[in-house]
Design a protein around this ligand. Structure first.
Ligand code: SF4
Ligand code: SF4
Length: 152
């Protein structure tokens, strides 16, 4: 994955519910918010065009591109990240208004298997690997449980 294409499902991904880190591994992680360059089209900035990302939290990279402050070079922590990496309570201060890259980086791949980039970043923090998506066994396209018959 390039540094241009990240996105974080931090705090409460649409596929998960509740505040239990055991159910939502992002709730005690935050690694992706401190690794990638989070760059996006300026049309997402709050203003007359309907964008929502707070302007004061970004660096203008070019006439058409902005970047979350802190992530400009990659490897830096996003200014909107709150809490301690790898610890419970880590969260995004602008979750509802976060830019598109943060909405596109999925903890799981479409087949329900863990995103390898997510796994790699978690490992750097000493966090346990993410298991397959809980409902993946029921997904005909998902990874097979050893006892599950293959979909026809
Ligand atoms: S690296 Fe993975 S588990 Fe950690 S916050 Fe990002 S998406 Fe969630
Ligand atoms: S805006 Fe929020 S979700 Fe996106 S990198 Fe920053 S802290 Fe993470």
């Amino acid at each position: 994955m390039s540094l241009e294409t990240v996105a974080l499902t931090l705090v409460s991904p649409a596929t998960l519910a509740g505040d239990d880190p055991a159910a939502n591994p992002c709730l005690n992680c935050g690694a992706c918010c401190a690794h990638f360059r989070v760059s996006f089209y300026c049309g997402e900035l709050a203003g007359e065009n309907g964008g929502r990302v707070p302007v004061e939290l970004v660096t203008q990279m070019s006439p058409l591109r902005a970047c979350m402050k802190g992530t400009e070079q990659g490897g830096g922590r996003c200014v909107a990240l709150r809490g301690e990496l790898g610890r419970p309570g880590i969260h995004c201060a602008i979750y509802e208004d976060r830019p598109s890259p943060c909405r596109e980086f999925e903890i799981w791949q479409p087949d329900g298997s863990p995103n390898p980039d997510c796994q790699r970043l978690r490992a750097r923090l000493g966090l346990a690997p993410v298991p397959p998506r809980p409902d993946a066994e029921n997904d005909p396209e998902g990874p097979l449980h050893p006892d599950q018959p293959a979909a026809a």
